[in-house]
Design a protein around this ligand. Structure first.
Ligand SMILES: [Zn+2]
Length: 454
C-alpha cells in the first residue's frame, strides 16, 4: 500500500481499530465481542500480539491458536500481526515502541482507535503493553480492556460499554481456539465481570473499556462514543471535559408557604438521584460532583467550573442573578409571583407562559398534578471551555424531572437523538414534563430550542 491509503480512507471513511494484546488470548478475553462486532460493522480491524514464549514449540502452538481465534473473529490474515517480543519481559522502551510502529507501517495500517490492556492489571506484561500502546499512538483514543485473571477491579474505571450479546457465541469460539490454555481461561469469570457492569448500565452483555484521550485525539472522540451503548456515558463524557461538576442548588429566595413545601424535597430527590447515578455508573474513585450553596464560593464556581444550576422557581437565587441574564436561552422561569400558582415557564420568543396544574380541595389547599422544568445544556457563558447545565422546574417536581432526564438511560437515549455534541457552536434547551398523577416523565420534543453562540 502507498500513501493514497489516507486519501482513500477519507473518501470511504471506513473507520479502523487495532487490538493489541500482550499474549495470545488476552484480546479474546477482554474484547473479542467488540472485535467481532466492529468487523461485522465494516470496520478495518487489526490484531496484534506483542510477545511470544521462549519455548519454540509452545510459541508455535500459541501463535497458531491466536491466528485461528483472529480468523474466527473475522480479522483478515494480513491484519493479524505478531511482534515476537519476549514473554514475561515486556518493557516500554524506544525499541519496543518502534517495533510496534514499524510492523503497522509495513502493513499499511494506521488505526483510528487502539484497544489494549488496562493499567489496572497486576500482570507486568499487561501493564507494559498499555505503556507501549500509549507511547506508540500519541494522538489516538485508547480503549483499555480487562483481563479478568489479573484485573485490579477497584482501579478499573470503564466509560465505554459495547453491547456484545449477539457476539457471545463467536467470542466463546475464539476463546476456545486457545486449546493449550483451556485450564487457564475461565469463561464464566469473563462473563460474570461483563454482566456485572452490564446490569449497572442497562445492557445485556457489554464489554467494558476505559477511555484514555491523549492530547490531539479529540477529533476521534465521537467515533469512540459511536461504539458506546451507555447513553449516560455518551452524554456526560463530552460534557465534563474530565473536570468535576459543581452543583449549585437551593438557596431560597423567599419564605415558602406551608402548603407547597413539597417543592424543595423533590428538588433534593433529584440531586440525590444524580449523585447515586454517578456513584453507580461512573466508576471513579474521585467524586465527579460536589455541591455548593455558599454565596461567596458560587461566583467562583460559575466562572471556573462545569456547573449545574438546580432549582425550582422559588428556590435558587443564582438562577435569577445569572441565568436570566445569559444571552441565548429562550425559556426562563417567571418569578414575579404574588402566588405560587403564578409561577411559570416563559417563552421569551412567543411571550407564552406555561403553568403547572393543580387540584384544589374543599379546604382551600392544593395538590400538584403536573409540573414542568427547563433543561438547559450549553457552554458556560462565563467560561466557554466548561459546561453549563440548568435543571429548573416551576416547582420541585419539574426540577426532579430534569434530573431524571440527565440520569435515566431511556430518557438520555431520547435526548441524545437530537442534542449534538460537541457544544462548540450551539447549546440546547428543552422542556421536561413531570406528570405526577401518571408517575411519568417525558421530554417535550417540540419545545427544543437551539441556542446559537455568537
Ligand atoms: Zn496475558
Amino acid at each position: 500500500m502507498n500513501k493514497d491509503t489516507t486519501a482513500e480512507k477519507t473518501v470511504f471513511s471506513r473507520p479502523s481499530a487495532l487490538f493489541v494484546g500482550a499474549h495470545p488470548d488476552d484480546i479474546e478475553i477482554g474484547a473479542a465481542g467488540t472485535a467481532a462486532k466492529l468487523v461485522h460493522s465494516g470496520w478495518d480491524v487489526g490484531y496484534c500480539i506483542l510477545t511470544k514464549e521462549s519455548d519454540a514449540e509452545t510459541a508455535e502452538t500459541r501463535e497458531r491458536e491466536a491466528r485461528e481465534a483472529a480468523r474466527i473473529l473475522g480479522i483478515p490474515p494480513d491484519r493479524t500481526m505478531f511482534l515476537d517480543l519476549s514473554d514475561s519481559y515486556l518493557e516500554v522502551t524506544g525499541e519496543t515502541v518502534g517495533r510496534l510502529r514499524k510492523v503497522l507501517e509495513e502493513n499499511g495500517f494506521n488505526p483510528d482507535i487502539v484497544f489494549t490492556h488496562t493499567h489496572a492489571d497486576s500482570h507486568n506484561d499487561h501493564r507494559a503493553a498499555y505503556d507501549i500502546v500509549l507511547a506508540a499512538f500519541r494522538k489516538k483514543p485508547i480503549l483499555s480492556f480487562a483481563v479478568v485473571n489479573s484485573l485490579i477491579r477497584s482501579e478499573f474505571r470503564p466509560k465505554v460499554f459495547v453491547e456484545t450479546v449477539e457476539y457471545a457465541e463467536v467470542k466463546g469460539k475464539a476463546l476456545r481456539a486457545h486449546r493449550s490454555q483451556d485450564m487457564r481461561i475461565n469463561l464464566a469469570a469473563v462473563g460474570n465481570l461483563n454482566r456485572g457492569f452490564s446490569s449497572d448500565i442497562g445492557c445485556s452483555e457489554a464489554e467494558p473499556f476505559e477511555l484514555i484521550m491523549q492530547e490531539g485525539a479529540e477529533d476521534l472522540l465521537y467515533l469512540v462514543l459511536s461504539l458506546n451503548d451507555s447513553p449516560f456515558h455518551n452524554f456526560w463524557y463530552p460534557l465534563l471535559h474530565e473536570q468535576p461538576l459543581v452543583l449549585i442548588h437551593s438557596v431560597p429566595v423567599y419564605r415558602r408557604k406551608k402548603d407547597y413545601g413539597w417543592s424543595a424535597s423533590k428538588e433534593q430527590e433529584g440531586v440525590e438521584f444524580l449523585y447515586e447515578s454517578f456513584a453507580k455508573m461512573w466508576y471513579d474513585r474521585n467524586p465527579v460532583m460536589s455541591k455548593s450553596s455558599d454565596n461567596n464560593a458560587v461566583e467562583d464556581h460559575l466562572y471556573n467550573s462545569n456547573v449545574l444550576l438546580s432549582g425550582s422557581a422559588a428556590s435558587n437565587q443564582f438562577i435569577r442573578t445569572y441565568f436570566d441574564h445569559f444571552q441565548g436561552p429562550r425559556y426562563i422561569i417567571d418569578y414575579t409571583m404574588p402566588d405560587y400558582k403564578d409561577l411559570a415557564i416563559v417563552d421569551r420568543v412567543s411571550g407564552k407562559k406555561r403553568y403547572a396544574r393543580y387540584l384544589e380541595d374543599d379546604l382551600g389547599s392544593s395538590m400538584l398534578l403536573k409540573d414542568a422544568g427547563i433543561l438547559t445544556i450549553m457552554n458556560n457563558p462565563m467560561r466557554t471551555t466548561r459546561t453549563f447545565i440548568g435543571c429548573m422546574g416551576i416547582h420541585g417536581f419539574g426540577t426532579l424531572g430534569c434530573f431524571k432526564a440527565l440520569c435515566m438511560q431511556g430518557l438520555l437515549r431520547e435526548l441524545l437523538a437530537f442534542i449534538e455534541f460537541p457544544l462548540q457552536d450551539k447549546g440546547f434547551q428543552i422542556i421536561i414534563n413531570n406528570d405526577i398523577e401518571q408517575g411519568s416523565i417525558s421530554i417535550e420534543k417540540e419545545s427544543l430550542h437551539v441556542i446559537p453562540y455568537p
